[in-house]
Design a protein around this ligand. Structure first.
Ligand SMILES: [Zn+2]
Length: 578
């Protein structure tokens, strides 16, 4: 190109000059729009060093102007190349923080870029339309608070509760606050226009979602608010916030979850939702007054995608257990219980089992406290103890509606247990959870509730005991020799297993040595031996023997098998099973 321009015979044609100016304009446009895109994307995704990348791109634009004046056309390809190199550098950083389906480099990158461009167009169109419309009506509370927030920054929070429409329309953004019903709650597209409180709330939620935290604890002390995340079942210190800013965040979260902001002396709870990179999270907020102010705990439930829709084979069951379980849940009647302590993933497993059943051919009804995940073609009913709508009450009325499959969120009392068992005996399949340590303890727990042994004997088909164990971080797990006890447990000879792994800790896993969790399970299937024991005031030891004789592998054995596979460590299995 440069040679062509220098060649006098080409300069005779006027289009060379024209093409030159066009190339100049395109390069200038690339530099300017790339700078703008880097700036907004980087801020939205909170990519470190964003300003530096934007500055480099601006410098490319300036170099183009200066270079063109000083050195002529050669400045165009040089500036364009420099801008592209910088852009690729930034895209690499961006790709590291977005999910695989939205990455620009690598396989499927061009399709992702096209999708991103389409979304950007759609959103700018929506924004234009929104500014033309009169301001939508809001609840007075939200209006006054958001109004107060915006006093500091006149541009402030654009609120759009009415328009915005379905969750689909707003799903595409990087981060978005949604109301309970899925409508757009606060505009977080433009970081410049957000109030400080909204920005702080957004930052905290984004950090939690990225870290795959399940809970955020936001607790006031004398001078500051402490932020802790529960990641893989363990609380971790994340940071602090000055008390004033913390209070602002609490107010924002209360507005979002429809709580009464003026009420600070009584515990309150509410829900809202947020999307990050297309993934939707339902968030349950609970505020409690403490001596230093209000403490806020947020529980994050990823409602879109996830295990719920993918089925039982994704929760880490051994193939034999999976096969047996699949046979059990497809029986026309009976009862399947998932048991474990709080936070052992019972709900996930129950939903995953439920997703195996054809919702088109069966009338499936769930009774939950509260409804955690929305499922298609399924009737979901929430328990409301304040309105005296208990599990037992709903269960009785639901049974009159010809259900095939029932999910009773949790069995807590004798009444619920009795109705659920009767349902299981009268041609319905019942799924439920129970707070019990393991499968054998479930039977003694049901007997302790005062349930008739013959009812348990006939109604319960199978019990799955469960724990969540943290998976070793693949980046830093360390080889170690298998302890002799482990070999003995599996009747293995010395040297039969070369090595297992233990946790170490690195940047990738925040120094914990673990990343992600998986289930460990024990499945007890009822047989005549166990049934006979139930009616004769069973001893736990005898029940356990009968279960093992019927093929049950205990939680610990299942966990240790996963240790041998290199997925987790001995200490982690001991932590969750003892
Ligand atoms: Zn690590």
């Amino acid at each position: 190109m440069i040679a062509a321009i220098d060649n006098p015979s080409f300069q005779a044609f006027p289009w060379v000059g024209l093409a030159l100016w066009a190339a100049f304009a395109v390069t200038a446009f690339v530099c300017a729009s790339a700078t703008r895109w880097v700036h907004s994307t980087g801020q939205l995704l909170e990519i470190p060093g964003t300003e530096r990348w934007a500055l480099i791109l601006t410098a490319c634009g300036v170099a183009l102007l200066g270079g063109f004046a000083a050195a002529g056309p050669v400045a165009i390809p040089v500036a364009l190349l420099a801008a592209l190199v910088a852009l690729v550098g930034f895209v690499k950083k961006r790709d590291a923080v977005v999910p695989e389906t939205r990455r620009f480099l690598g396989r499927g990158g061009s399709a992702n870029i096209a999708a991103e461009v389409r979304t950007a167009f759609k959103r700018s169109e929506e924004r234009t339309r929104a500014t033309k419309q009169p301001a939508p009506s809001l609840t007075d509370r939200a209006k006054s608070l958001l109004g107060a927030m915006s006093k500091r920054r006149e541009k402030a929070v654009a609120v759009d509760a009415g328009s915005g429409g379905s969750a689909d329309a707003v799903d595409a953004g990087a981060f978005m606050f949604l109301k309970k019903d899925g409508t757009h709650a606060i505009d977080t597209d433009d970081p410049e226009a957000m109030s400080e409180n909204v920005r702080n709330s957004r930052k905290m939620l984004m950090a939690a979602m990225r870290a795959e935290a399940t809970d955020i604890h936001f607790e006031p002390q004398e001078q500051q608010y402490f932020i802790r995340f529960r990641i893989d079942g363990v609380l971790q210190d994340i940071g602090k916030m000055p008390i004033g800013e913390g209070k602002g965040v609490v107010s924002t979260l209360k507005v979002l979850s429809d709580m009464n902001i003026a009420e600070r002396r009584r515990p309150q709870d509410g829900t809202f939702a947020a999307t990050l990179d297309g993934a939707k999270f339902d968030i349950r907020a609970a505020s409690t007054p403490t001596s230093y102010g209000e403490k806020m705990v947020l529980r994050l439930l990823q409602s879109s995608g996830g295990v719920m829709k993918s089925g039982l084979d994704k929760i880490g069951l051994r193939p034999q257990v999976l096969k047996r379980l699949n046979e059990i849940i497809h029986k026309p009647y009976g009862m399947f219980l998932v048991v474990g302590p709080t936070g052992s993933g019972k709900t996930t497993t129950v939903y995953a089992s439920l997703s195996e059943i054809d919702a088109h051919k069966h009338n499936i009804t769930t009774i939950e406290d509260p409804v955690e995940y929305r499922l298609e073609n399924i009737t979901q009913i929430a328990v409301n103890t304040q309105a005296e709508v208990s599990f037992a009450n709903i269960l009785r009325s639901v049974l009159r509606q010809d259900p095939d499959v029932l999910l009773v969120g949790e069995i807590r009392d004798k009444e619920t247990a009795e109705i659920a068992c009767q349902a299981a005996l009268t041609g319905h399949f019942v799924f439920s959870t129970l707070h019990a340590n393991d499968t054998v303890a479930t039977i003694t727990r049901l007997l302790d509730l005062g349930l008739d042994p013959t009812l348990i004997q006939t109604a319960v088909t199978a019990v799955l005991g469960q724990r969540l164990a943290r998976k070793l971080c693949e980046k830093c797990k360390q080889k170690c020799a298998p302890p002799p006890g482990l070999l003995k447990k599996f009747k293995l000879r010395d040297g039969e297993i070369d090595h297992i792994y233990r946790e170490k800790g690195c940047e990738h896993c925040r120094g914990t040595g673990f990343k992600g969790r998986m289930g460990i399970h024990e499945l007890l299937v009822m047989n005549d031996g166990i049934r006979d024991l139930i009616t004769s005031q069973p001893v736990v030891g005898d029940l356990k023997k009968a279960a093992i004789a019927n093929g049950t592998q205990t939680l610990q054995i299942d966990g240790l098998m996963k240790v041998i596979k290199g997925q987790t460590s001995v200490s982690e299995i001991l932590r969750v099973t003892t």
